[in-house]
Write a protein that binds this ligand. Structure first.
Ligand code: CA
Length: 514
């Protein structure tokens, strides 16, 4: 018996609830938001103190914070398809938000859990085009959904709600929990639209930051030197891409007359001052950055409140003990780093996504995990937590040992990434990459560009310098290319990639050799 085993046996004796929790099938509450950057969660030790998120932080304090949870394809629909199937985009067929449609005949974790006696529900943002299958109850936003007074689809029936989308999703989630069959375990996927573009806060949060001037990211005025064409040639900057609606210089159409009045009372005087000052150049970018932060963080205020309401419900109903609660988002997001908003890149801010998990008696409170984990692991984790065997073909790995504080010695040390959607929107060129804790080896491939980049996060944490051609990296490049090939083979990445993966109306017109 190793010392480690002795330790856990003793821990087991001291914590009888550990054994109990494992014998009873747990409930699962999966709270999921859209485009929520880890930089905007106080539990992630945000040095800029952008926002306080006490309720999301509570999950971390009472459970585990995952510091390197990454996504396989940093964009909304594909991430959702990955979570349901436990598979990469090339294996579940949902590559992009332009022409992909989720094949709902596939095996998904909700279907398997429903078949095993779980009650299942998905409420909020869905974004997979086809209707949800494998859920006892679903009420979803059509497409991206609206922030104010959103129409929704309630199990096939069109309904319209009055109010703010995050509050509505939160209320519907708790209503479903109240009405559930209390004899059965449940899976609830409570999925927020916020803080997706155009970042429209609840009206009660419009004054939330008292006109604060936000600290700027060091790379707000990135000049993109020392990197290839793809980074320079994107369309996602505060300087060029930020729209009138993004800036709240036009009024969202979904507000009713009364709400519009409140909205105008907040924005109009500030917009008037902006028009009068008429800033240009860096001053204009700074104004946009501050407006962006006000709105984006304002959205997160309501998401955090929604998390608090769900946690309170679990407390009040005595459900907290036997429920695995996860808060995560479909990918990371740029909060002005590199002058950007949006996601898509394998670079850190969009590759990494927040993930905190609480499971009393299983996960040690206040623990932190730094292993490479992914949203592709969620399906197998939920099945494992419920003692349901995962089917062949899922491509992640159960996080259960990690949640128990016991990372297996053969846990992944590298991760495969592949982004497809191009050229619209945002003109981010398709790329695939192998990611380790230190390096990223990236291949950008389109007819006009075909080149590799290497980033060394130890020497260059902000990923500002392509070190692919540095002679001292020659051996690292060889090793990473080998690892990339191994991962592509293991994950059965097709070669060539099917043309429809890119979501274009015209073919990409190239060899498409990986
Ligand atoms: Ca998203």
């Amino acid at each position: 018996m190793t010392l480690r085993t002795v330790f856990f046996v003793m821990l087991g004796l001291l914590m009888p609830s550990l054994a109990q929790a494992e014998t009873k099938q747990p409930n699962i509450v999966f709270i999921f938001s859209d485009d929520h950057a880890y930089q905007a969660i106080s539990a992630y030790g945000d040095s800029k103190k952008l926002i306080e998120t006490p309720n999301i932080d509570r999950i971390a304090k009472e459970g585990m914070r995952f510091d390197r949870c990454v996504v396989p394809n940093s964009i909304c629909g594909p991430s959702r398809a990955t979570i349901l199937t436990g598979k990469y985009s090339h294996a579940n067929g949902f590559f992009n938000n332009n022409n992909s449609r989720f094949d709902s005949t596939q095996v998904t974790f909700p279907k398997l859990m429903q078949a095993a006696g779980y009650q299942t529900a998905v409420i909020g943002k869905w974004h997979l085009v086809s209707e949800p299958v494998g859920f006892d109850y679903w009420q979803i936003l059509p497409g991206q959904g609206a922030y104010y007074n959103p129409p929704m689809n309630d199990n096939g029936k069109q309904v319209k709600h009055e109010g703010y989308v995050t509050d509505i999703i939160s209320d519907l989630s708790i209503d479903w929990l109240k009405k559930r069959d209390k004899k059965k375990p449940f899976v609830l996927m409570s999925q927020h639209k916020a803080p997706h573009r155009e970042w429209s806060p609840a009206l009660r949060h419009l004054g939330h930051d008292k006109d604060r001037v936000y600290p700027e990211p060091e790379t707000l005025f990135d000049d993109y030197k020392n990197r290839g064409l793809a980074v320079r040639d994107q369309d996602m900057t505060l300087e060029k891409t930020f729209s009138q609606l993004d800036a709240k210089l036009t009024v969202p159409g979904s507000l009713n007359a009364e709400q519009r009045k409140v909205w105008n009372e907040y924005y109009e005087p500030r917009n008037e001052a902006f028009r009068k000052a008429n800033p240009t150049g860096k001053d204009l970018i700074r104004w946009r950055y501050n407006r962006y932060m006000h709105d984006y963080l304002g959205c997160i205020k309501a998401v955090d409140e929604a998390v608090g309401k769900l946690l309170k419900y679990l407390d009040d109903e005595g459900l907290a003990e036997n429920t695995l609660v996860i808060y995560s988002a479909d990918q990371g997001f740029y909060l002005g780093e590199h002058g950007w908003f949006d996601k898509r890149w394998v670079f850190e801010e969009s590759l990494r996504t927040p993930m905190v998990a609480r499971w009393p008696g299983v996960t040690k409170p206040g623990s932190v995990n730094g292993d490479i984990t992914s949203i592709v692991d969620f399906a197998q984790t939920f099945l494992d937590a419920a003692n349901i065997p995962a089917p062949e073909g899922m491509q992640g790995r159960s996080l259960m040992p990690l949640l128990k504080g016991q990372t297996p010695s053969d846990w992944r040390k590298s991760f495969y990434y592949h982004y497809y959607e191009y050229p619209q929107p945002h003109h981010v060129r398709p790329h695939y990459a192998v990611v380790t804790n230190r390096h990223k080896l990236i291949h950008f491939y389109t007819p006009d560009v075909d080149y590799w980049e290497l980033y060394d996060r130890e020497k260059d944490p902000q990923e500002l310098r392509n070190a692919f051609d540095d002679p001292e990296n020659a051996a690292v490049v060889v090793e990473l290319k080998k690892e990339l090939t191994r991962l592509q083979k293991e994950l059965k990445v097709p070669n060539p990639i099917p043309e429809e993966a890119y979501g274009r109306s015209a073919p990409m017109n190239q060899g498409k050799k990986k």
